[in-house]
Design a protein around this ligand. Structure first.
Ligand SMILES: [Zn+2]
Ligand SMILES: [Zn+2]
Length: 402
């Protein structure tokens, strides 16, 4: 995106576009969801804002801080447990953070407005002094799709891991060529080429029945702040998770892990996988000890980026219970992934899924619990396209009782 098109909005228009994004956060409180989970979600928004601020990305910091303040003021403060004695320390901590955030939002609003007004004036004066510069430039919004084996055209499910590995094979550096700017997060090889900052497609869409994501009506310069951020998945994660799950898998029981990581330069890096205390049966896993899990994540500064679980005897898909679980992850973090490991599924052993927009609406409004049918389940989720493999090594935390 060139300078001219980035600066095409006035300050007021840019603030309106950013507000439209921050105000899309749901403000409905579910008292059945523990307030700790809401505090964790708010904490994740706040720490993402901190990262953007430290990187000088004021527009995204503004959106995150507004999402954070709305979450605290409109959701958490309305929760049944908000005023209970048990959660007083969280209440005071977040009240303080919220007041600081509101002051920062005001400050950012002024600096963003000034920046875009200045750019708008400059592009206008350039346009009048030299009309040739005002010629609209065409910018592509999607990267070319990775080469796909032709055999997959008849198969609706694609082995994404094979594709991702295939895509990275040719470009994998033989020596360690990590960027010195962010040594702890090696980029995915596929990203060593400059990519458009909007939608980056690592595999082609695998469900032709799904309509392509609709582009927001705002211009490119505002749209760049609203697209899904890419998630980098260490290529060792799934195989090492399967080793930890081996005993359960041999008994036909499921195993579950939480995908955690960090934000850097507008990309999520999965760094860790936590196996919480759990009891797994052949078709579902129940985890417990959420307080311990959140405490561990908070002590390590880890964002929740999704989950991984096994289907020891079933095929690779999201069951109705899985869809509801994934909904709560995506409500917390829109880019969250659901990885399903199905060693006995010959079509697809590993799947990386996320709910579609339609899926988020349908599941969010579904009052059923336990296994139950959903109409048109194939429209509710799809193979995630905002993921790429990285050469990072996964840190595992196994909290299961031995
Ligand atoms: Zn499942
Ligand atoms: Zn349901």
């Amino acid at each position: 995106v060139g300078l001219v098109s980035t600066m095409a909005l006035t300050g007021k228009e840019m603030i309106a576009a950013l507000n439209a994004q921050s105000d899309s956060v749901t403000t409905v409180v579910h008292n059945s969801t523990s307030i700790l989970r809401y505090y964790h979600t708010a904490g994740m928004l706040h720490s993402q804002a901190d990262v953007y601020l430290s990187e000088g990305d004021h527009e995204r910091a503004y959106v995150m801080l507004k999402k954070f303040a709305r979450m605290y003021l409109l959701v958490i403060a309305e929760h049944n447990a908000y005023n209970t004695k048990q959660y007083q320390s969280e209440k005071f901590k977040f009240k303080r953070l919220c007041n600081q955030a509101l002051a920062k939002i005001k400050e950012l609003k002024e600096s963003i407005t000034t920046k875009y007004d200045k750019g708008f004036q400059e592009s206008k004066s350039k346009a009048t002094s030299s009309p040739a510069l005002a010629t609209p430039t065409t910018t592509t919004t999607t990267a070319p799709a990775a080469p796909t084996p032709s055999t997959t055209s008849t198969n609706p499910l694609v082995d994404q891991f094979a594709l991702l590995r295939l895509g990275s094979k040719g470009t994998l550096p033989t020596k360690d060529t990590k960027s010195p700017a962010s040594p702890q997060y090696p980029s995915a090889p596929a990203l060593s080429h400059p990519q458009p900052s909007t939608t980056t497609t690592t595999t082609r869409p695998t469900k032709p029945t799904n309509p392509p994501p609709t582009q927001p009506a705002v211009s490119n310069s505002a749209a760049q702040f609203s697209s899904f951020r890419q998630v980098l998945l260490p290529q060792d994660l799934t195989s090492r998770f399967m080793k930890l799950a081996k005993y359960n898998t041999s008994k036909g029981n499921e195993t579950c892990g939480i995908l955690c990581g960090k934000l850097a330069k507008n990309q999520f890096h999965i760094t860790s996988c936590i196996l919480p205390p759990q009891t797994g049966s052949h078709n579902k896993t129940s985890t417990y000890g959420e307080e311990k899990l959140i405490a561990l994540q908070e002590s390590k500064g880890l964002l929740t980026l999704g989950w991984i679980h096994t289907h020891p005897t079933q095929s690779c898909f999201l069951s109705s219970i899985d869809l509801h679980t994934q909904f709560s992850y995506q409500a917390m973090m829109p880019e969250a992934l659901a990885i399903v490991m199905a060693p006995t599924d010959r079509r697809l052993r590993e799947g990386i899924f996320s709910l579609t927009k339609e899926g988020m609406v349908v599941i969010g409004n579904c009052p059923e619990r336990g296994f139950h049918p959903h109409p048109n389940p194939e429209r509710l989720y799809q193979q995630a396209t905002h993921v790429a493999l990285s050469r990072a090594k996964t840190q595992f935390y196994d909290l299961r009782s031995k």
